[in-house]
Design a protein around this ligand. Sequence first.
Ligand code: SF4
Length: 429
Amino acid sequence: MELYEFALKQGIGDVSIPIVSKGDSIKRGQLIATCDNDKLGNNIHTSVSGIVEKVSETEIHVTPCGEESKEFIPLKSEKPIDLVQEAGIIGLGGAGFPTHIKLNHQFDEQGTILVNASECEPILSHNVERIVASTKEIIHGTQLVMEMTHATQAIIAIKGHHKIAIEALEKNLQPGITIHLLPNIYPVGDERAVVRECLGTLLNVDQLPLAANAIVINLETVFRVYEAIVFKKPLIDKDLTVAGKLEDPAAIKTFLDVPLGMKFSEMFDQAGGIGKEYGEIIDGGPFMGKRASLDHPIEKTTGGLIATEVFWDGPEKIGLLVCACGAHKERLTQIATSMGSEVCGVEYCKQAIEVNGTLKCTNPGICPGQVQKVMALKKEGAQAVLISNCTDCSNTVMSCAPKMKLPVYHATDGALRACNMRLVRKMRK
Ligand code: SF4
């Protein structure tokens, strides 16, 4: 049977400390690694019953045994915030910040919970699937989060074209909870973009949503908080999208409640098998995902697994235009190398500002102009540009680069081509 692997560093914070040993027999839901109360980090529970095969400083391996079952060992805590902490819940949209710390805040007066259901990255669709499958639970989870934080209202932020999910939410809304429809642009799901779109406040790059009396929480995180409080279930299952070059022509498949620790290869098998030829495996969405191997295990922040189109040949020299909310320089360089191109210049969108070693956009998704940057790359000898820009800025690049006789490649091309989706180029009116 396939081994399950549990990384001891999942999300933001310290490495978790193993509390099991090689040869131990463990049950699904059992705590296998902990994090001290005074440290940033999270508890880790096994998603399968089985035997511990290996414990190292970085991971725990488990060989499953016995019948596959959805049963689990329940959490012990009583208070909602303690259950969220004991469950090991972190931000499941990719950020991985411990949720009990985020929710350990009580608003004094007006406070808003912004449920981020934007599922901003193209291709990913498991959040919308979860809304349709568990609408009442999502609303209940939102109420629980409001109670914990004394919030006076909650807004579910979702892209306007998800008609079925919106209809399901509308039928189940409760007092104090409303829906805000987002435009279908990237990166409208950025935390500060969600605050801007829903509350009309543009936060500075170093401000948290609390500066606007708001807490932003991912849709699946709300669902897992509901499970932890109502069923005392630890975070052991994850929703996922598997897509791209699959044997089955339906190139985008969603899976709910996949056990954590399962290998990526197993997920592609469950999706009908990976295609014979593909470029790379992306762990995450087309914009922010990173290259991964099929041996990699599903972790708490895993959302998408995409087998991309085979890499196409690029020009001899290529210029990179880097976005704060898309593929960064290293990732773009990796793609350029796979295209057989040498990087001759690197430019950054002027709204991409470095904050504590991370690039942040001063106004996500609203283009400040890119002509000068493209001209600079041309001067540096670029025969084409490889960009990671947001939808609006890619549109601007397309208004100038072709006039300079520079072909445009986008970091998301391989993933989108593999799913037969429209490429990020000129925006539709
Ligand atoms: S404005 Fe610039 S930094 Fe901001 S999202 Fe668009 S390309 Fe990225």
